[in-house]
Design a protein around this ligand. Sequence first.
Ligand SMILES: Nc1ncnc2c1ncn2[C@@H]1O[C@H](COP(=O)(O)OP(=O)(O)O)[C@@H](O)[C@H]1O
Ligand SMILES: [Mg+2]
Length: 314
Amino acid sequence: MLTLRDLSVSLRGRPVLRNLSLDLAPGETLGLVGESGSGKSMTALALMGLLPPGFVASGSIRLDGTELLGLADADLCRLRGRAMAMIFQEPMTALNPVLPVGAQIAEGLVLHGLMQPRAAREEAVRLMARVGLPDPARRARSYPHELSGGQRQRAMIAMAIACRPSLLIADEPTSALDVSLQVEILALLREIREETGMAMIFISHDLSVISAMADRALVLYGGLAMETGPTRHVIGRPAHPYTQGLIAAIPRGTAHTERLRPIPGQVPDLVRLPPGCPFAGRCALGDAHCAEAPPPLRTGLTALRCHHAEPAPA
Ligand SMILES: Nc1ncnc2c1ncn2[C@@H]1O[C@H](COP(=O)(O)OP(=O)(O)O)[C@@H](O)[C@H]1O
Ligand SMILES: [Mg+2]
């Protein structure tokens, strides 16, 4: 249902995202993982046609047979919220502060011509109940600032699923929540996915969240897909030094018994990437050639881009 071919994004001629290709089947979930600043949100915004000014996308994004790149704004608006919807990391930036949440959830249904305003308001209350908001009829009249962080996240999920999109992009939907709320919201998203059969792109910097949510995982770093494959192989048998570094940095057991090994060094600025492998400067296998030449794609049990590492044979 979603096919990316060599999706690249640049800012004033400088590459930010490079040659991202992937296929997503109906009902499938792809987990997009990588440290903060790796380009995960940029990828989501490129898919939604919401890149900040100055950023230019090239390549191909096909959703249900429609090429999205180069589509007129009006056509893109018809798809946004309807064929594809997005849950943002910080709900306060996505919710309108001066409109009651019920009205915001109903808005898309009316805008896309799916319901009359009155029916849409009733549907909004049903959706609010579905995402676990207590006393939804009353809460529909609340403004975003009157809800807790977890309730706002639920309201945004209701808004995103209102028009039954075939693709839902969830950008770190639980990263701002405490652990028990995070577990509840992830369970809710899994239930809704089963009910609707929608495909998901689930973004997180947290590999344990990705393994709980995603069929396939794509490890992004410096705007480049470093390693991708079935989640169990990417996490269970990672071959790319960056994926291995991410996994070594996961806290295990009780925090005091095993020391974390964070990857030394810093994520490169996406607008100042080296011409070769963005991980070269932090990688144990990195050499001068790595920083100069883009890493080749190697396929096996996973697919990875590295001058040195090979995936396990398929
Ligand atoms: N409006 C912008 N102008 C310039 N650079 C930007 C802008 N937005 C994002 N970036 C670049 O993108 C990087 C963050 O990418 P992002 O996709 O938000 O990462 P992630 O979601 O993986 O944490 C920043 O480090 C910065 O280099
Ligand atoms: Mg982000």
